[in-house]
Design a protein around this ligand. Structure first.
Ligand code: SER
Length: 314
């Protein structure tokens, strides 16, 4: 088997994706990289780890030349809420960092590269219910702008240089191991932590704000499956809408209350994050992913809630 390199490997998705890829391909075949050093007490990394700042172009080239990966999962990025607090840095990391990865991948003949996009690639002028695969994309957040640009960059590198760039537009991802960092959908993870501690939770979104969400297991499977999909069947390639469930904070709180009736959720909308959430789809249409590479979610809201509560109560 040939090597795989993961950027952002200590993040919410990266930490679990690295573990999944190592199970599939072997410990030493997957090179985990991150700008931070792993905390070995919480993150025992069994396979190879390298410190990598994707904004350092030279370091990116050196590392890819050294390991000669055949595939890259490029996850290093700033999420929506932190990006809005520091838009210039978000541009630099999400755009220039990605360009360094694309360029190094092209020069060192990486065969396939995964770059996630997001529900944030849509904006207020997009049809927000059953958002089609191909539709208006005029996001008004820096995170969203960088995601649209990266989708286009991926398509450009595929058509112009034959670098096989693949990806999905991820919804909010819910998991219990590594916490998410600075997204607008993070409330859906935080609420569980408060609920199991029997503490009231104050949500920064209004109770009726609907967003697409997905449990981590489905997310990991989607990342791997799109990379393994038969190229000849893909009409789209690097920005598939995928979803598993849609809910509002009020619906999530009610689903948790079925298990913990005393759980209380209060609402104090934060204008910045509320505006971001309002500009994103209420629900995405992911039929293109279902048709072209057989995407199918396995976890719905009740199942996800049960798993999350059980895991966090342990
Ligand atoms: N979960 C991400 C965020 O909230 C969306 O891609 O920023």
């Amino acid at each position: 088997m040939s090597k795989i390199l993961v950027t952002g490997a200590l993040g919410q998705i990266g930490s679990e994706l690295t573990r999944t890829l190592r199970k599939l391909h072997g410990e030493d075949q997957v090179i985990a990289t991150d700008v931070r050093q792993p905390d070995l007490s919480t993150h025992p990394h069994n396979g190879p780890f390298e410190t990598l700042d994707v904004m350092d172009e030279q370091q990116v080239h050196q590392l890819i030349e050294k390991h000669q990966p055949k595939q890259i999962y490029h996850l290093a990025a700033l999420l929506s809420a932190v990006a809005e607090r520091n838009p210039q840095r978000a541009w630099d990391l999400n755009i220039n960092g990605s360009l360094h990865i694309f360029e190094a991948a092209r020069i060192h003949q990486v065969e396939r590269i995964f770059v996630p996009s997001s529900i944030a690639a849509f904006g207020p002028s997009t049809p927000l219910d059953h958002t089609p695969q191909d539709t208006i994309q005029r996001p008004n957040t820096m995170y969203g702008i960088t995601k649209v640009a990266t989708e286009l960059l991926g398509e450009y590198y595929y058509k112009r240089f034959g670098l096989d760039c693949r990806g999905v537009r991820l919804p909010g991802v819910i998991s219990y191991t590594t916490p998410p960092g600075g997204g607008t959908t993070d409330y859906a993870v935080e609420m569980f932590h408060y609920a199991v501690r029997n503490e009231p939770y104050t949500c920064y979104l209004r109770p009726e704000t609907s967003l697409d969400m997905m449990y981590m297991e489905d997310t990991l499977r989607a990342c791997v499956e799109i990379m393994e999909a038969d190229s000849s069947k893909l009409k789209h390639r690097n920005a598939f809408n995928i979803t598993a469930m849609q809910f509002t904070p009020a619906q999530l709180a009610a689903a948790i209350q079925k298990h913990i009736p005393s759980f209380v959720c209060n609402y104090e909308p934060d204008p910045m994050r509320q505006a971001i959430a309002d500009s994103w789809p209420n629900s995405m249409d992911d039929s293109a992913a279902r048709q072209e590479w057989g995407w199918k979610h396995e976890y719905d809201l009740p199942r996800m809630v049960e798993i999350m509560l059980n895991a966090l109560q342990k």
